[in-house]
Design a protein around this ligand. Structure first.
Ligand SMILES: [Cu+2]
Length: 129
């Protein structure tokens, strides 16, 4: 009888300790490094602009992800605020030859763009060049 009692007791203790563990286990995963998002209105007009800008942003310090929506000309950048700033990112867009919000593209970089990517063209996504 005594053995059965101790088996039951240890089973109960085991159950209880597992329950207690489950309660204490952290529900949320540990957070990675903080990421912020910046949206920049650019003067990009086509898929070539998209590829060019996304590539340029990928080389920028602190940038984790960059995505340009050609139709709306909005560049969305996920970046590390401890590595870069919205101003630096907008400057990178200007250096690539595109307007960034109210800031105008760097003229020399803009001159190097192919004709189809000039601001005088209207947005023409999906033309494949
Ligand atoms: Cu273009």
């Amino acid at each position: 009888m005594n053995t059965l009692k101790s088996v039951l007791l240890s089973a109960f203790v085991l159950l209880f300790s597992q329950f207690g563990y489950a309660q204490k286990a952290p529900a949320a995963k540990a957070k990675g490094p903080a990421t912020e998002q910046l949206q920049v209105k650019t003067s990009a007009v086509c898929d070539m602009c998209k590829a060019r800008l996304e590539k340029a942003m990928a080389y920028e310090k602190g940038v984790q992800e960059a995505h340009l929506d050609v139709a709306s000309q909005v560049l969305t950048v996920a970046y590390r605020p401890d590595k870069t700033t919205p101003d630096a990112l907008r400057t990178a867009v200007q250096r690539t030859g595109y307007d960034a919000d109210t800031q105008v593209a760097e003229p020399r970089a803009y001159d190097r763009l192919p004709d189809c990517c000039k601001k005088t063209n209207s947005v023409h996504p999906g033309t494949g060049h």
